[in-house]
Ligand binder design. Sequence first.
Ligand SMILES: [Zn+2]
Ligand SMILES: [Zn+2]
Length: 263
Amino acid sequence: MTDTFLNEIEKIKAEAKKSYRNIMKIIPSNISTIKNKHQIDLNRIEMDRLWLENYAEKVILVLKEFTGESVAENLQDGLRKKYVHLEVLVKKVYNSDWNYLDNLAKKTGVEKEELYFLGLELGKPVYELYAEVLKDKLDLDNWGKGFCPVCGSPAALSYLRKEDGKRILWCQFCETQWSFMRLKCPFCSNEDQKSLRYFFTEEKDFYRVDVCDKCKSYIKTIDQRKMPHPNELSLYRESMQTLFLDLLAERDGYSSLSVQKRV
Ligand SMILES: [Zn+2]
Ligand SMILES: [Zn+2]
């Protein structure tokens, strides 16, 4: 994904977030008070239909400009004929429901990865606002789990922080970051060092992929200390622009959060 495409998407998201802030209602019963449980289940949050339609229209226009007319036209057609229901799409992506996305891809002619992207982007302003509101209630340094303390999603990326080399996990839905053990699999909690390893790519040594041979999953990791411009680290962009690492890991038989079930 090019920088200009992501710039446009981020601009629209910032605007959508601003307008959602004014209409958002936090319902206390949607927030968990159970210890060790993530704070909110986004399946229970109702999204404002008009806000969502308006935002989706803008994202689809950017897709039209950057990925060609057919994706946008198929999506618009799907919305008109009601195959595509925006709030359902957002929630299916949040639940990693690949069966749903496969079926929708067949009906609309839009690739499932593109549908995933759309569902993720459309939910992000809502997720991020919830995370901002709930942040103060959390002890992010001591959470210690592989799933997000706010929304329960499995970590999408990790990085080794430049100040102290600490391993930080990142949630792609709500942008929350939290500390995690260096030698532990975020997905099955395996700590056996014989079955945990990582590989690098040749050109860029600040990227690596951590794999677990026990559960056969992987997570992409960025070593911020080795980056040429460490202060410019954007985890959102890195996650979008390192798809080559996913391909390498998948080729070796590992899978990512896309098949992980929500906890
Ligand atoms: Zn989250
Ligand atoms: Zn594992």
